[in-house]
Design a protein around this ligand. Structure first.
Ligand code: ARG
Length: 461
């Protein structure tokens, strides 16, 4: 049952138990207690400095808030069924502890700008944690790519074997991917880095609040310019969760690939026992459950994004209670994405890649056919004709169940008399990789350059 609410002055009847339970949010927003207290401390210090309340009162409130923080930290804070949300719970406790002076804390402030502030502060630390989890995953990928600088694998298009590439190059593609995620998060943090406090309910307030000093005390680079925007904007939350969705989409791509690679059919990777599970009925099974769960949780984070977009859709300005519903999807997306990045880093770090198996799948599938065509082009044949001739040679190899480089020179010459003995260099997968001349290609030198780039970058972040 609700205690007499701090906002209940104009009401003759208390909220019904059903209405109170329906609207209370403390079970979710209690997570924001640190942010809430940090915001209140900065606010009350400014109230004192501006002589809006006396310094003695400001100090009393400051001490009260700090001791409440200790209670919350130690678990001594008594969360009860009468509490509506974390803002009111802390304020009520403050009044309980220091008496009516506690009631001065909320001068010039509304829960509307208070919750907006708490969420921006939460976003800041959530982004820091996500970025460091991204770095750990990038490091795991980078370490594997250093180990596999000479491991050749089939590169794929349409999930059909296409051309030989270095496993290292393949893994570094993921490092680049997560590099963009990291950049997106940094940009999101920058945009969110403004204090909404001082907007009060929506219109600002007649107290001479010093918004800038509160903002800088809380480490923001400035204040939100428009008070209506300050209390009604949740863009940064939607941005963060959409970045989380993109991260999960990336994770689900690696996950899917690992699931495929761990099959007997591929046999490219063996996942460590420490991240694999068994079957309760089939004793021989070793399942890639971590990767599957990451793939599955991707759907959940997309759901969070859609919840948020739908909650905010068509909301008139400024604050509406609908917005209270933003926290569950926000917290869930951050927690899920963080955990998924963490487990994927562990999976990658403990993977054993099967170089021999990768190598042997190159031989059987004419992966150097493009090199053969390029060879003919270098000898003067237009690329289209070279493609045609090469296609015929591949057809011959298929029909005779023989690798391209095992075809006799005399036979090759029947397809084109431009072909000489040096053709066999082009048909060697290792040579094919070495011959790549473009920047960003799979040649060993270019891959080494990427490794250097990321090593430096990850070190300095
Ligand atoms: N629990 C509320 C939320 O998260 C706090 C703001 C409530 N403001 C109000 N005017 N009812 O959105």
């Amino acid at each position: 049952m609700a205690k007499k609410a701090l906002w209940s002055g104009r009401f003759r009847e208390p909220l019904s138990p059903a209405a109170f339970n329906f609207s209370r949010s403390i079970n979710v927003d209690e997570l924001l207690w640190r942010e809430d207290i940090a915001g209140s401390l900065a606010h009350v210090e400014m109230l004192g400095a501006q002589q809006i309340i006396s310094n003695t009162d400001a100090e009393k409130i400051n001490r009260g808030l700090k001791s409440i923080a200790k209670e919350l930290e130690s678990g001594a804070f008594n969360f009860t069924d009468e509490m509506e949300d974390i803002h009111l719970a802390i304020e009520q406790r403050l009044i309980e502890k220091i008496g009516p002076t506690g009631g001065k804390l909320h001068t010039g402030r509304s829960r509307n700008d208070q919750v907006a502030l708490d969420e921006r502060l939460y976003l800041r630390s959530a982004i820091d944690e996500l970025r460091s989890a991204i770095r750990k995953l990038q490091t795991a990928l980078l370490d594997q790519s250093k180990t596999h600088l000479t491991t050749i694998m089939p590169g794929y298009t349409h999930l059909q074997r296409a051309q030989p590439v270095l496993l290292s190059h393949h893994l570094l593609a993921y490092v680049s991917m997560f590099g963009r995620d990291d950049e997106r998060l940094a940009e999101c943090a920058h945009r969110a880095d403004l204090s909404p406090l001082g907007a009060a309910a929506l219109a600002g307030t007649s107290y001479p609040l010093d918004r800038e000093s509160v903002a800088s005390a809380l480490g923001f680079r400035g204040v939100v310019m428009n008070s209506i925007d300050a209390v009604s904007d949740r863009d940064h939350i939607i941005e963060l969760v959409s970045h989380c969705s993109i991260i999960m989409m990336h994770l689900s791509r690696i996950a899917e690939e690992l699931i495929l690679w761990a099959t007997r059919e591929f046999g490219f990777v063996t996942m460590s026992d420490s991240v694999s599970t068994g079957s309760s009925i089939m004793p021989q099974k070793k399942n890639p459950d971590m990767a599957e769960l990451v793939r599955g949780k991707t759907g959940r984070v997309y759901g969070d994004l859609f919840s948020l977009l739908t909650i905010m859709k068509a909301l008139p300005l400024a604050y509406n209670r609908d917005m209270q519903e933003d926290k569950e999807p926000l917290f869930d997306a951050v927690k899920t994405t963080h955990a998924s990045l963490g487990i994927m880093a562990e999976v990658i770090a403990t993977n054993t890649y099967n170089a021999a198996r990768m190598q042997s799948s190159i031989e059987s599938d004419h992966l150097t056919a493009t090199e053969l065509a390029d060879y003919l082009v270098r000898k003067g044949l237009p690329f289209r004709n070279a493609h045609e001739v090469t296609g015929k040679i591949v057809g011959y190899a298929e029909a005779n169940n023989i690798a391209l480089r095992a075809i006799d020179l005399k036979v090759l010459k029947t397809f084109s008399d431009l072909i000489e003995k040096d053709i066999y260099d082009s048909l060697d997968p290792e040579r094919s990789i070495a011959m790549k001349a473009t920047s960003g290609s799979t040649s060993v030198n270019e891959v080494k350059r990427q490794i250097k780039h990321w090593q430096k970058k990850l070190l300095h972040q």
